[in-house]
Each structure stands twice: as C-alpha cells, then as structure tokens.
Design a protein. Structure first.
Length: 509
C-alpha cells in the first residue's frame, strides 16, 4: 500500500510540475501558473477583438488571469499593464491555421511578475542605431514582458540628443572625425591607438526632441518606461567637445572632437565651475520634460578625479563646501542632482559607485560589478547598497552584459570580451547574496548592451537574442523559473518566430 501511495504521489507531482512548467505552451516567459484544457478556441480575424475583459482589483500589479475556452476568451486584471500582458501571452499562444482561422489552445493562466524592473539597456553613443531599430527593440521588449528601456544617450564618444539652447552639442558632440577600425581594440588614446583609427567621419547622429517624444509615446503604448541616461560628471567628453569651457582644462578640447577611441576619458566636468553645473541643470530640466517617467539615470560611473586635483576652481569648490578633498566632489554633485531631480518629481538612478559617500536613500543604484575592489575604485555592491536602504537594479556584468561573448561556435561577430552564455543568463538570481531583510530593495534586473563592438541592427539582434529571452524569464518569474532545459525548448520555438520576423537571433548554444 505504502509503495502504491508513493508511486501515486510521484505521478501526481510529475503531472503538476508538467502543468506548471507548461512546456507545451511554448511561451517565454513561462506563465507562473497554467493548466491546459482540451481543445482550442478558433476564430477568424483578430483574437484580441474576441476577448472579454473584466476588472479584478485583487490581481497584482501587471498581473492577469487568462481563460481560454472553446466558447470564448476572458481576461481579468487590475490594471492596463495586466490586460496588455494577457494579450501578449495570447499572441504567443495563437497559431495561424490558414483558412480555418486562428487557433488558441484552451488554458487557464494566472500570471504576474516577480520584479517591477525588467529592463533592457542600449548604448547609442559608441554606435548609433536610430528610431526604426529602437522601435523594433521596443516591440520585442513588449512581447517578452520587459518594461524599462534604459537609453544611454551621452558618452565620451558621442552626444545623441539635441537640447534646446545648446546647438553645439550636436554640431560637435554628435559626430566623431574617426572611429576605431573594425576588428581593432583601442582604449588609451596613445600613438599606437591613433594608428588604429579609420579616418571615417561618424555622424552627425542624434535625436531631435520630436524623435524622443515619438519613441517615448511608442514605448508607453507598450507599457514600457523610457529611462534616459545623461552621464555626469564623467563620460562627458562629447559634451565638452561642444562646450570646452565646462572642462577643467578647456585647452585639451581644442580639436572639438568627441573621444575617438573606446575607454574612459580623463577630462570630465569641472565641478568648480557654476556655469558647468548650470549647463547640466538645463539639460536635465529639459530631460525631465521630454521623458515623463519617474526615473532619470545620471551615470556617475568611472569618473577619474585627476583633473579636479589640479583645477583651481574645483579646489575652491572643495574649500567652500567643506568637502575635504577631491574625493568629496562626486558625492557633492550627486547630492546636488538627486535633489534637483527630486524637485522635478524624479528619482535618480546611477551606476554602482555614485552611491559612495553620504547619498540620500531615495537614490537608486544600478549594480554592474559584484566585486567591491578593482580599477582603483572603492565600489558599492548591489547587496551593500540594498542593505544601506537604497533600491537597486541588478545588472551584474557576468550575467547581464550582452556585449560579452556568448560562447557559440563560429560566431561571426566581435565582442568586447568576457563570456556570458545563454545558460549563464538563465542562472541569474537578482537577489543572490542579498540579505533577506534587504531583498525588498531589489527592484529587478536588466540586460545591458554596450556598443563599442556592435555596429548595426543585425549585430545588435545577434547579441541580444536569445540571451534576452533568458533574462526576461528571470525577471518575470524569479525563483519560480522552471529550469534551463524547459526554457531552452520554449526558447527554440521563440527563436524560430524571431527569425521568421527578420530578427537575427543567435543559435541556442
Ligand atoms: Zn575643475
């Protein structure tokens, strides 16, 4: 008897696991709970038009209940995002059956996200992709229930937004006189690096305010918030090429050219210059008006302090504000802009080390390095920031950097280095290493694509897909993800779909 019960228990467990994993549904991210029924709903024309919606205030934010029966489809949700995601799930479930109409398998799904921040980041400064590529990125983000588009718009190597009142930004900052030749690696700006430049003008490439508003609206229609990033006080060389007077040493910008090689520029914003601070205020004030979301990213990473150490204006600021030494300048400017943005109803987001020093707890961290040491910086890990009471978005480079090699055979594209396989992406746990009491501060995660070695949309798609499929499931399901083998079989179906729709998705290796 005991043996029989045990056998039955194992069978029931297996059946339940199969139902909850819902491998047969072949969708990504997998729904949290799904019970498949018999038969299908069949209709001619638009399936979404057949859906009966009802409101259920008890449903979690962005969550939905989808019921597909032979005689109709019902969706219950408490918000528009939930209704939207129910329809996205329905699109993935629907199969076109030619003259017989569209078929959807009968199923009961109850679904909601583990994390509120499910992001994708695109660097348009090292290489520029343009509106149409961005729109296709947003379409795919919506399909896979990603809801934050982090748009890296300013850098040492390019400034990509046309800010009213500052025409030189795009005249000088949006065009490089040359770039690193395809296949070369150049970071330091030495003579040897200069020999690796291609001599080909790149740009001017930038977005007008109308373009930005168009993208913001396109994203909003897909329940995606655009998070603009305006870097400060480092990674601003392209802006300084436009306005050399905002650098500690304007003479270093005499060529009026953004940084041509990759890597980190030593010339940064002069924090002793009130006009330079005013310039950033004006830029961010405009950004707050163009981007209606509640978060603005101010970079804050990798800012060398060497110019500040010998700049009379910066030294004067240190004295006047009682900042101790040059180490006090970055926390000072961070506090300034956290308050400046808060006065405009925005929360500030920045990379790891911008949280060093006495920074208001309202500031959100974006953690990209797990280590607390390296590159001469003292770093703030995501776990440490969350423990100190900051909200954090986890984007550790060893899981989330899509410019790292993906470990596939005969890869035709170039990468910056590293290695992040599809399985590695899938194994990511945004809360790993975070003490239980601080886990509520982990807003979610994000896949980041830096584009030093990404030239065009084909290259970009190859690096993003299928790895972003794995991350989307991690961000949606968290600990409830059903496992890599289960994911891989569904991802294969999605890869076929992506390729049929012109997306240059890499193999699932
Ligand atoms: Zn200075």
């Amino acid at each position: 008897m005991t043996k029989l019960y045990r056998k039955l228990a194992v069978m029931i467990e297996a059946a339940l696991a199969a139902a909850s994993a819902s491998a047969a549904l072949q969708i990504v991210p997998a729904p949290r709970k799904a019970v498949e029924g018999d038969g299908s709903f069949v209709c001619n024309g638009d399936v979404a038009a057949q859906v009966k919606f009802e409101s259920d205030a008890a449903m979690p934010k962005e969550g939905y209940r989808l019921s597909v029966a032979k005689d109709g489809i019902k969706v219950a949700a408490s918000d528009d995002a939930g209704r939207f995601y129910a329809l996205e799930t329905l699109k993935q479930l629907s199969s076109k059956e030619g003259k017989d109409g569209t078929k959807v398998p009968c199923v009961e799904i109850e679904d909601s996200p583990r994390y509120s921040w499910r992001g994708f980041h695109l660097d348009e400064c090292r290489h520029f992709f343009g509106k149409e590529t961005v729109k296709s990125v947003l379409d795919l983000m919506a399909r896979y229930k990603l809801n934050r588009f982090h748009w890296h718009l300013t850098e040492d190597q390019g400034w990509r937004v046309d800010v009213p009142g500052y025409p030189e930004l795009v005249k000088y900052g949006a065009v490089r006189s040359a770039s690193v030749r395809h296949g070369e690696r150049a970071y330091t700006g030495t003579k040897e690096d200069a020999a690796k430049l291609n001599g080909v003008k790149y740009g001017p490439y930038y977005y007008t305010e109308a373009d930005l508003r168009e993208i913001v609206a396109y994203a909003a229609a897909r329940h995606i918030q655009v998070v603009p990033e305006i870097e400060l006080p480092g990674h601003v060389y392209a802006a300084l090429a436009a306005y050399p007077q905002f650098a500690c040493r304007p003479e270093n910008l005499a060529a009026r050219d953004p940084r041509l090689v990759w890597g980190i520029e030593k010339d940064v914003l002069c924090l002793g210059n009130d006009e330079a601070i005013k310039f950033m205020e004006n830029v961010l004030d405009w950004v707050c008006k163009v981007f209606p979301g509640d978060v603005v990213h101010i970079g804050g990473d990798e800012c060398p302090q060497i110019r500040w150490q010998s700049c009379p204006k910066c030294q004067e600021r240190i004295k006047k504000e009682g900042l101790g030494d040059h180490n006090g300048l970055q926390p000072w400017v961070t506090r300034h802009f956290v308050k400046f943005l808060a006065d405009r109803g925005k929360r500030t987001l920045g990379w790891d080390e911008y949280l060093l020093g006495d920074i208001p707890k309202s500031a959100i961290g974006m953690s990209w390095r797990e280590s607390r040491t390296g590159a001469g910086h003292e770093l703030v890990s995501g776990a440490a920031a969350a423990t100190r009471g900051h909200d954090v978005v986890m984007t550790p480079c060893s899981y989330c950097y899509l410019d790292y090699r993906q470990g596939i055979e005969e890869d035709p594209f170039l990468y910056i280095g590293g290695k992040v396989t599809l399985e590695r992406c899938y194994s990511f746990d945004p809360c790993a290493g975070v003490p239980d009491e601080a886990k509520a501060h982990i807003l979610g995660g994000q896949g980041n694509n830096w584009t030093e070695y990404t030239w065009n949309e084909y290259d970009l798609a190859w690096k993003v897909w299928p790895r972003m499929l794995a991350l989307s499931e991690v961000f949606w399901l968290g600990e409830a993800k059903p496992g890599f083998a289960d994911f891989k079989s569904r991802a294969a179906v999605q890869r076929d779909w992506l390729i049929r729709h012109g997306v240059n998705c890499a193999p699932l290796e």
